[in-house]
Design a protein around this ligand. Structure first.
Ligand SMILES: Cc1cc2nc3c(=O)[nH]c(=O)nc-3n(C[C@H](O)[C@H](O)[C@H](O)COP(=O)(O)OP(=O)(O)OC[C@H]3O[C@@H](n4cnc5c(N)ncnc54)[C@H](O)[C@@H]3O)c2cc1C
Ligand SMILES: NC(=O)c1ccc[n+]([C@@H]2O[C@H](COP(=O)([O-])OP(=O)(O)OC[C@H]3O[C@@H](n4cnc5c(N)ncnc54)[C@H](O)[C@@H]3O)[C@@H](O)[C@H]2O)c1
Length: 453
């Protein structure tokens, strides 16, 4: 193919300054490319502005409820305690502002031009900004992320999504959360710890599809014990405004009830609308995602896509890796880099959290000839002294043929912190014998990993 000798305004135009777009833009610029990025909302994207980061801060805030309850058994006398949602909310939002500035500075320090407006592809190499400005670029990267799926029912417009949950003016006394995935379980834990009456409403009876069944069952059991209510196999018929505040909600199998807030957490849909993809001829998949190859290239040679908009694995570290690999491949001096989407560890920041890597027991049994499962089901020392009747569970799934660990699953305090290290071993293909050969650090919860029988 003849080299493109056309003069463009930029070597790379990135649409979306979220996890994937920021990394790709910064690294491409560091490789010497002239880069511009358009962001229609706030620099940092979902993770920083209204996802992982503020969510984790709320999780920390929520967990104090249990620590304050447990501390008496450890000899601490605390006077009257109260929780101020507005104080936490505003502290979190202030930190988000700080992070947005830090991300902006990083881009500026790499001479990336930032357009704080919406962008649309209007020609082969042409991008039109909301202000009407038209620019051209040799390569275009679509990193527009995803938005919450809002189910349709009468009054669905009264429901909030996770976007609004960070900005509530008051803590709901009663909140109904639709969905059984990451966001539903994380926010159920957060609001429950703050004292809201939380009900999870799910259209099936499966929570956290894709996670190991025993770990999911344990979360359901502990969540129920903590006071979270579950309504399975049901859907919303209507949400109607109540004249005295809040909403009357009717579920398909229940009488009308009252809630202050209804939140939908029913998945996230790739942001592809109004991007000019049809005109550009970019192929979409069945779920509306941009179809890409292993180098994140679309069916159009100079248009790439990374992150949630490609709906491969909707996690920040994955979007970041895809952005990095794209920039190294297209603008770096080395060989093309493809992201390995196998064996990605993940966590659900519920109370307690879940963390997982590799195959579940069910998946391993379907895929492998023989499977060996090791398990530790224990009450963490801190819970014993606190009188908290909450057990942790760790499972190790091994290939029966050679002892290779194919999956680890946990529900335990600090499970995500332990899993990050354990995942390295699983990714590296270590065996149960390698874990057995490692001396425990005592007393920890993580020692269970090398002591499992
Ligand atoms: C509540 C919540 C909690 C989460 N928690 C975690 C977690 O704990 N761990 C984890 O790994 N992942 C978590 N995620 C998922 C994570 O946030 C995403 O996977 C990640 O942000 C995807 O990055 P991205 O670059 O693909 O898109 P995004 O970060 O969403 O960035 C896309 C950007 O593009 C902008 N944009 C869209 N269209 C245009 C346009 N036409 N012009 C200009 N700009 C545009 C958007 O405004 C946005 O800023 C969470 C998500 C949510 C919603
Ligand atoms: N800790 C983390 O890493 C983390 C946290 C939050 C979000 N995320 C990412 O964001 C994505 C979105 O989170 P999520 O919780 O919205 O999605 P999810 O895919 O985890 O769960 C969606 C839930 O909604 C249900 N559902 C789907 N369509 C529905 C409909 N029309 N009506 C009723 N229920 C419906 C599903 O059965 C499922 O239980 C996740 O897939 C994840 O990749 C990650």
């Amino acid at each position: 193919m003849a080299a493109d000798t056309t003069e463009y305004d930029f070597d790379l135009f990135t649409i979306g300054a979220g996890s994937g777009g920021v990394r790709a833009s910064r690294v491409a610029a560091a490789h010497g490319a002239r880069v511009a990025v358009a962001e229609e909302f706030r620099v940092g994207g979902t993770c920083v502005i209204r996802g992982c980061v503020p969510k984790k801060m709320l999780v920390y805030g929520a967990h104090f409820a249990e620590d304050l309850e447990d501390c008496a058994k450890f000899g601490w006398e605390i006077g009257e305690k109260s929780f101020d949602w507005i104080k936490l909310r505003d502290n979190v939002l202030n930190d988000v502002d700080r992070l947005e500035n830090a991300y902006t500075e990083t881009l500026e320090n790499h001479d990336v031009t930032i357009f704080r407006e919406r962008a649309e592809i209007t020609g082969g190499h042409e991008i039109t900004l909301a202000s009407g400005k038209v620019v051209t670029a040799r390569y275009i990267l679509i990193a527009t992320g995803a938005h919450p799926r809002m189910p349709t029912c009468e009054g669905a417009e009264h429901a909030i999504s996770s976007n609004e949950a960070f900005h509530l003016d008051a803590l709901p006394k009663r909140i109904l959360i639709a969905g059984g995935g990451y966001i539903a379980n994380e926010f159920a834990g957060i609001f429950n710890e703050f004292g809201s009456k939380v009900t999870i409403v799910n259209r099936s009876d499966v929570l956290l599809r894709g996670y190991d069944e025993s770990v999911r069952d344990r979360l359901l059991q502990i969540s129920t014990m903590k006071g979270i209510e579950f309504r399975f196999n049901t859907t919303f018929e209507y949400i109607r405004e109540c004249p005295d505040g809040g909403y009357f909600v009717k579920l398909s199998d229940r009488d009308e009830e009252h809630a202050d807030v209804v939140m939908f957490a029913t998945g996230r849909v790739p942001n592809v609308k109004g991007l000019g993809l049809d005109k550009a001829g970019v192929e979409l998949g069945e779920r509306g995602e941009i179809v890409v190859d292993r180098f994140s290239k679309t069916n159009i040679d100079h248009i790439y896509a990374v992150g949630d908009v490609t709906d491969r694995v909707q996690l920040t570290p994955v979007a970041i890796r895809e952005g990095q690999a794209f920039a190294d491949t297209v603008f770096g001096k080395g060989d093309p880099v493809a992201v390995d989407h196998g064996c990605i560890p993940s966590a659900v920041f519920s109370h307690p959290p879940i963390a997982s890597v590799g195959m579940t027991e069910g998946q391993a049994r379907n895929k492998l000839g023989t499977v060996k499962v090791y398990q530790a089901d224990f009450r963490p020392m801190k819970n014993v002294l606190a009188g908290r009747n909450e057990r942790s569970l760790m499972k190790m799934i091994c290939d029966g043929e050679n002892g290779k660990i194919v999956g680890i699953h946990m529900i335990a305090p600090e499970a995500p912190e332990m899993m990050q290290a354990a995942a390295i071993a699983v990714k590296a293909g270590l065996t149960k014998a390698d874990f057995d050969a490692t001396v425990a650090i005592h007393p920890t919860m993580a020692e269970e990993l090398v002591l499992m029988r």
